[in-house]
Every structure is written in structure tokens, then in C-alpha cells.
Design a protein around this ligand. Structure first.
Ligand SMILES: [Zn+2]
Length: 245
């Protein structure tokens, strides 16, 4: 292969690897943010369940207070019952007492319901609490993995920058200028493969003679449409050892 061509391809590989590393580094903060949001959701779930349990408990305390008040009233009726003089008064008192007893049964039923609800909610709080603990652990691990990845990428990027500098030092000035000119116009894509008679940079079909020249890799040939530098790389061997022209 022509040495200039080989050097341009090498420079392209270096730049591509750097671009991939930079793009990945740029993605990382959003991924870390997603982890934070996951943790917040889990914390919110626990807080909500805890709030339901607190509300249920205070509702139960309120019912118990009411129950105590009705029981006091009922006790008072019982005492007063001894003191009534007439049958009419007696019946009125009985009516009050039976209303109070009805109220007590209703309150006891409601308290029982709240107790069952409290047990369920206590279990839910335990579940949410365990889920949060698991999520905290998972998030911490994933966060650490992302930080390690970032360190690795930044270290690698530093090496790539050095490699690029060393490599550029071996390039002829006009090759470097060519690379930079095309890179600026084509978003960093300079040396591209010619495949199936096409420029893989802009997909334009190459003249057959031009494609044949590219296949030799012995000249510096630019795509007539996009000016990218073309090179040829045989396809990976077909399974049946085909007869590609
Ligand atoms: Zn092209």
C-alpha cells in the first residue's frame, strides 16, 4: 500500500477512536443523572408508603379517642338509669344507651379495619425500604462503573492525543493539509473504503476505472464527489470462499 495512503488511514483510525471515546464521555453525565432519578423515585415510593401508614395510625388514634368518649357517655347513662323516675324517662335513656352501643360497635369495627390496614401498610413500608436499600446498592455500583469507565476513557483519550501527535509528526505537510481540509468539510471523515464500486463516504458510484485504481491502493485517489480519500480493503472471506470479482 502507498505509504501516504497508509498514514492517512492510520490518522483516520486515530481520529475515529478519539471521536468514539469523546462521544461516550459526553453520554456519561446523562446516565449518572438517570441513576439519581432512579434513586429519587425509590425514595419517593418509601416516603409515600410511610405517609400512608402515618395517616392510617393517626386516623386510628382519632377513632380510639372517639370510642373512649362514647364509652364514657354510655357509663354515665348507666349511672343515670338508676336515678330515673318515670317509665318514659327510662325508655328515653334506654334509647340513648342503645344508640351509644351501636356507635361503639361501629367504632370498634372501624378500628379493627384500621389495624388490619396498619399491618398491611407496615409490610408495604418494609418492602419499600428493602427496595430502596437494594436500589441504593445497585445505583452505587452502576455509578462506580460509570466513573471507572470515564477514567478509562479519559486515560485512553490522553494516549490517543499523544499517538496522534506522534503520528502527525511523521506525515508530509501536504498530507496533513489534505486531511485537515477534507476533515473540516466532511465532519472528520477523510479516509473511507470504496465498496461495491461506491465511495462509502457519500455512496456515489465510482467510475469503473477509478474503482479499479482504488483497488490497487497504490495511488492517492479522492472521491470526485466528496473529495474523501478512497482505499480498498477486501471483504472478510465469504463462508463458501466465493468468487467476488
Ligand atoms: Zn464520496
Amino acid at each position: 500500500m502507498l505509504a501516504d495512503l497508509e498514514q492517512l488511514i492510520k490518522l483516520q483510525q486515530i481520529e475515529d477512536e478519539a471521536a468514539v471515546a469523546r462521544a461516550r464521555i459526553e453520554e456519561l453525565p446523562a446516565m449518572v443523572e438517570t441513576l439519581g432519578a432512579r434513586l429519587e423515585a425509590s425514595e419517593g415510593e418509601l416516603a409515600l408508603t410511610q405517609q400512608k401508614l402515618d395517616d392510617s395510625r393517626s386516623a386510628r388514634r382519632e377513632l380510639e379517642k372517639n370510642l373512649a368518649a362514647v364509652q364514657t357517655r354510655l357509663d354515665r347513662f348507666r349511672e343515670q338509669l338508676m336515678l330515673v323516675k318515670t317509665n318514659k324517662e327510662y325508655q328515653a335513656m334506654q334509647g340513648e344507651m342503645s344508640a351509644a352501643e351501636g356507635e361503639i360497635r361501629r367504632l370498634e369495627d372501624e378500628i379493627l379495619e384500621r389495624m388490619i390496614e396498619g399491618d398491611d401498610l407496615t409490610a408495604e413500608v418494609a418492602t419499600a425500604s428493602a427496595a430502596l436499600a437494594a436500589e441504593k446498592k445497585a445505583v452505587a455500583e452502576e455509578r462506580a462503573a460509570l466513573e471507572r469507565e470515564q477514567d478509562t476513557l479519559e486515560r485512553r483519550l490522553g494516549q490517543i492525543v499523544d499517538e496522534r501527535a506522534r503520528h502527525v509528526g511523521t506525515l508530509a505537510q501536504e498530507m496533513l493539509s489534505l486531511f485537515e481540509t477534507v476533515a473540516e468539510r466532511r465532519n472528520g471523515s477523510v479516509a473511507v473504503r470504496a465498496r461495491d464500486g461506491r465511495c462509502s463516504g457519500c455512496q456515489v458510484r465510482l467510475r469503473p476505472q477509478l474503482f479499479n485504481d482504488v483497488r490497487t491502493n497504490s495511488h492517492l485517489i479522492q472521491c470526485e464527489s466528496c473529495q474523501r480519500v478512497l482505499y480498498f480493503e477486501p471483504e472478510a472471506a465469504a463462508p463458501e470462499g466465493g468468487t467476488a470479482a
